[in-house]
Design a protein around this ligand. Structure first.
Ligand SMILES: [Zn+2]
Length: 274
């Protein structure tokens, strides 16, 4: 039995960007890892073409640190260890730098009565929620997990417009009790592991969608499977595209590109996927 992560709600949500700006150059103990090498991609399982970004493509500014926090309320035992393991894996594959800022009471897309506000040093929050309770992202009978970014217009050093991710969230379903870690997972019951689910939702949080090529060897395949939680070849290609290799993204257009943008207001958007 496979566990549907799914619901391809091709939703472009109303954006709730609460004045978050890309992380300042704060000296923080950030994970600093090289992006996946070509040889790592060649050795990875599955189809290297099985990857997709959201449309329009959006990515984090790889020249800033992404501050993340963990909401311990309702989280299972060992959750933070698995989250840290998943963050190390996505940092290694993208070259993006993450810094743990501690715990929080914030919940991504919180419902009334729960804290929707990210601390100012935080761009990513991971929380466990009861279906239909704390987050609008996880309704009753919702999936195992949901993740996604909110973006605005950004610019490369050359002045090319790109989607710049400012904020992202991951919520995981308290009703889905998964085995911890990054192994193959159990033979019966829920398939996959908490590590696999976290890697998948963090993949959404850095701008990856489900690939059109259906390859079960990819972590971004929309169902959990009984595979070890290691990035597939397609995953690694996509993670490279949205990672450090694309160069810095800035919020403001460089002076030379002002004419190109003509004062058009910045666009905003958001994606969410299970
Ligand atoms: Zn998904």
């Amino acid at each position: 039995m496979s566990l549907p992560l799914r619901h391809r709600v091709a939703a472009v949500l109303a954006v709730v960007v609460t004045g978050c700006v890309p992380a300042a150059a704060v000296p923080a103990p950030a994970t600093a890892a090289p992006a996946a090498t070509a040889s790592a991609r060649a050795a990875a399982p599955g189809n290297r073409k099985a990857w997709a970004t959201f449309d329009p493509r959006a990515r984090w500014n790889p020249c800033a640190v992404i501050g993340y926090r963990f909401n311990p309320a309702r989280a299972p035992k060992g959750a933070l260890t698995d989250l840290e393991g998943a963050i190390r894996r996505i940092s290694s594959a993208t070259g993006l730098r993450f810094a743990y800022r501690g715990t929080t009471t914030a919940v991504p897309h919180a419902t009334k009565g729960y804290n929707p506000d990210y601390p100012s040093d935080t761009q990513l929050v991971v929380a466990w929620v009861d279906p239909g309770k704390q987050s609008e992202w996880l309704p009753k009978n919702g999936p195992a997990g949901v993740g996604g970014p909110a973006w605005t217009t950004g610019y490369t050093a050359k002045g090319t417009k790109v989607g710049l991710i400012l904020w992202a969230g991951v919520v995981l379903n308290t009703r889905v009790t998964l085995t911890g870690g990054f192994g193959a997972g159990p033979r019966v019951g829920w398939q996959g592991t908490r590590g696999q689910l976290l890697m998948h939702e963090l993949g959404h949080a850095v701008g990856l969608d489900h690939p059109e090529i259906r390859d079960q060897k990819q972590i971004m395949y929309p169902m959990m499977t009984r595979k070890k939680a290691v990035w597939g070849a397609g995953d690694l290609t996509g993670l490279t595209v949205v990672g450090k290799a694309g160069g810095c993204v800035r919020r403001d257009p460089p002076a030379s590109a002002t004419a190109l943008t003509g004062g058009t207001p910045a666009e905003f958007g958001a994606f969410v996927r299970s």
